[in-house]
Design a protein around this ligand. Structure first.
Ligand SMILES: NC(=O)c1ccc[n+]([C@@H]2O[C@H](COP(=O)([O-])OP(=O)(O)OC[C@H]3O[C@@H](n4cnc5c(N)ncnc54)[C@H](OP(=O)(O)O)[C@@H]3O)[C@@H](O)[C@H]2O)c1
Length: 264
């Protein structure tokens, strides 16, 4: 299927690892030129993306700093001439119980996860508005549906992103700029690398799909939402990709019992 994305250009924050890399690889398969942003984007990931035959540059940026975000957007525009898609994916999680949240971790998390998105979207929308076209994708988190211990600050940023995405979607719609969100459940990446195996086993038990997500599970969905051809009437959608985790079924039946219900 032709997604209509060939020859377009995209900026992906945090695009050299985990979920961001999954999205970058799926876009590269579609012929999209990429600007990959990170404090220290992994060279191997950039080489892998270039090997797909697209132009791929890395832009070293700390997105928690407004001036660096402004420079990131202007450098990508001057490199490619125009930017058609912006994917806000970079995030930071610092796990602290309520009684131990300090101002350093609070501001770093808010600035990296929430403020960075506002500065970047402000800049990219100023570029997209005169063209009357563009597509923006914001990566949220299913953590916002389900309070988890030591995640207050992170959850607040992801809830904030959701509110912000809705406003951005309605304010940009008259310019034919579509804004959507993907809300992932649990994926094994650097961010979740410290989760102990015993906790992972418990999580797999409560996820109806009984597995964690693979980054390509998100990559192709991102392509779909970013493509005007595939999602031209999709504005302000929040697509949850979590193997059913947020449905939170009561853990009272085994899979065998559930399958048994359906036997004829
Ligand atoms: N993994 C999950 O289960 C899960 C679940 C729900 C939502 N998510 C969301 O998915 C997104 C990607 O996370 P991930 O799981 O793929 O983790 P990851 O591999 O650790 O990716 C995070 C990325 O963000 C970048 N980043 C962090 N701080 C930055 C900063 N100040 N400036 C620029 N870049 C920065 C990192 O690059 P550098 O280190 O080079 O700066 C890294 O590439 C995040 O928005 C996260 O909240 C993940």
């Amino acid at each position: 299927m032709d997604t209509g994305l060939k020859g377009r250009s995209a900026i992906i924050t945090g695009g050299a690892s985990g979920i961001g890399l999954g999205i970058a690889l799926a876009l590269a398969e579609e012929g999209v030129n990429l600007a990959i942003v990170g404090r220290n984007p992994d060279r191997t990931a950039i080489d892998e993306l270039c090997s797909k035959g697209v132009k791929c540059i890395s832009i070293k940026t700390d997105v928690s700093k407004e001036n660096e975000v402004v420079n990131m957007i202007s450098s990508a525009i001057s490199e490619f001439g125009h930017i058609d898609m912006y994917i806000n994916n970079a995030a930071w999680a610092w796990h602290q119980p309520i009684t131990k949240i300090d101002s350093e971790s609070w501001y770093k998390t808010i600035d990296t996860n929430l403020s960075a998105c506002m500065w970047a979207c402000r800049e990219i929308c100023r570029h997209m508005i005169p063209k009357k076209s563009g597509s923006i994708l914001i990566i949220g988190s299913a953590a916002r549906f389900n309070p988890a211990y030591r995640e207050a600050t992170y959850r607040i940023t992801k809830m904030g992103l959701c509110m912000y995405m809705q406003n951005l979607a309605i304010e940009m719609a008259p310019y034919n700029i579509r804004v959507n969100m993907i809300t992932p459940g649990h994926f094994k990446t650097r961010m979740t690398g410290n989760v102990p195996p015993a906790v992972e086993d418990k999580m797999k038990h409560i996820i109806p799909a009984h597995r964690f997500g693979n980054t390509f599970d998100i990559g192709y969905t991102a392509v779909m939402l970013l493509s005007d051809r595939l999602s031209g009437y999709t504005y302000g959608a929040d697509l949850v990709i979590d193997g059913g985790l947020t449905l939170r079924p009561l853990p009272i039946y085994t899979d065998e019992e559930i399958i048994g219900f359906n036997k004829v």
